[in-house]
Write a protein that binds this ligand. Structure first.
Ligand SMILES: [Cu+2]
Length: 388
């Protein structure tokens, strides 16, 4: 059941948290999903569902011009919490992907969702993560998709006869409202890039035939992720190009690289996990939605989005831990610049205006704000967690 905390408790908790976290003497621990016991998994799922069923946040406001974001106006139909959380990501899409804001925004976003679960629904904290390198060798049949427990299981692949709606586990029939009402869906998609390129001429220009046929799971094996981390010490620019950005950077930055395929592997880990899981984690339109523009907008529809992004945050953290200067390093611009390949190459972590550690993370007024510097080091005051 979703018991909402009283105001006085909230206030007490907030003050308590501020006092404790100023020192970060007692960090929460982020663990791989499969190392949690059944109660731990059920507690996280319960808090996610409570958040999804929570009232709309009346303060949430779209800040990107709709001619750019290409999303419908925010409607406040049920289900509610899920609508808001995926809507902020839909609105800010062009500012938080393929820009310097990618890593900071998503770290802040997960933290904010976690805080809401803790403060409102008694979640004890310690957001789990999905180490998909375990699943890379045989993604379709991996243990990740085998837990159908109705309280603690994440369920399996969707039913192809029902628009790939998930039929088992705790999120079977999980109701979503973006881009229109539908139950949550996953579709195993081994080679997702051809369809992805076909969806956008702007993006298609960056693909070559090899890339179009690449198997998504061939980009996120454990040894490849280890190479991304170890291969870019103190080089945040090149590190960022690895887990976040798609193929585009590889083609433009390394046009004469002898083995483009190898570079491509390192680019794609983040997007490949989205794409191979398909449907709601990949921004595919529901079969019943008319006038729908697919893309990466409503990725947070799926609770897996957050487990995935805690893993991305862990990879960033592992890189930061290589040396002291990397813990607070930042580099990146605020504009995507897809349509200008010269510009795109000139600014590998995207174009001016440039961001810095004092820059505010975009919030759409949905959650309390923070700066990029606030989320650089997750073991200090603002965030205060460690990975295990
Ligand atoms: Cu995102």
């Amino acid at each position: 059941m979703c018991s909402v905390s009283t105001f006085s408790y909230l206030l007490f908790y907030a003050l308590f948290t501020v006092l404790i976290n100023a020192q970060c003497t007692n960090p929460t621990v982020r663990r791989e999903w499969r190392t949690l016991d059944r109660d731990g998994r059920a507690a996280w799922i319960s808090a996610v569902k409570c958040l999804a069923a929570s009232p709309h946040n009346p303060d949430l406001v779209a800040t990107v011009n709709s001619s750019i974001s290409q999303i419908p106006a925010l409607t406040r139909r049920l289900p509610s919490g899920t609508v808001d959380i995926s809507y902020i990501h839909m609105d800010l899409n062009v500012r938080i992907h393929q820009t310097g804001m990618f890593l900071p925004f998503h770290r802040w976003f997960v933290h904010s969702v976690e805080q809401a679960m803790v403060e409102k629904y008694g979640f004890s904290g310690g957001f789990p993560y999905w180490n998909w390198t375990i699943d890379a060798p045989d993604f379709y049949k991996s243990s990740w998709w085998q837990d159908s427990d109705t309280e603690s299981g994440l369920g399996g692949w969707g039913d192809p006869d029902k628009d790939y709606e998930v039929q088992d586990g705790a999120f079977a029939g999980f109701a979503l409202a973006n881009p229109s009402y539908h139950p949550m869906r996953y579709q195993y998609t081994a080679q997702p890039f051809a369809a992805f390129a076909a969806s956008s001429p702007t993006i298609a220009q960056f693909f070559n035939s090899t890339m179009l046929e690449t198997y998504a799971n061939s980009t996120f094996h454990a040894d490849q992720i280890a190479a991304i981390i170890a291969g870019n010490p103190s080089d945040l620019v090149n590190f960022q190009l690895s887990p976040d950005n798609w193929i585009v950077n590889a083609v433009i930055r390394y046009p004469s690289y002898p083995d483009l395929r190898e570079i491509f592997f390192f680019q794609c880990a983040h997007g490949s996990v989205h794409a191979i899981t398909g449907r709601d984690l990949a921004g595919t339109c529901p079969a019943t939605t008319e006038d729908c523009i697919p893309g990466n907008k409503w990725w947070p529809n799926s609770p897996l989005f957050f487990l995935h992004h805690v893993m991305i945050g862990k990879i960033w953290s592992d890189w930061q831990n290589l040396n002291e200067t990397s813990t607070t390093a930042f580099a990146g611009g605020s504009v995507q610049a897809f349509d200008n390949t010269t510009y795109f190459a000139e600014y590998p972590t995207r174009a001016p205006p440039m961001l810095n550690t004092s820059s505010d993370i975009y919030t759409d007024n949905m959650f309390p704000g923070a700066t990029i510097g606030d989320v650089s080091n997750h073991t200090t005051g603002y965030l205060c967690y460690v990975y295990e």
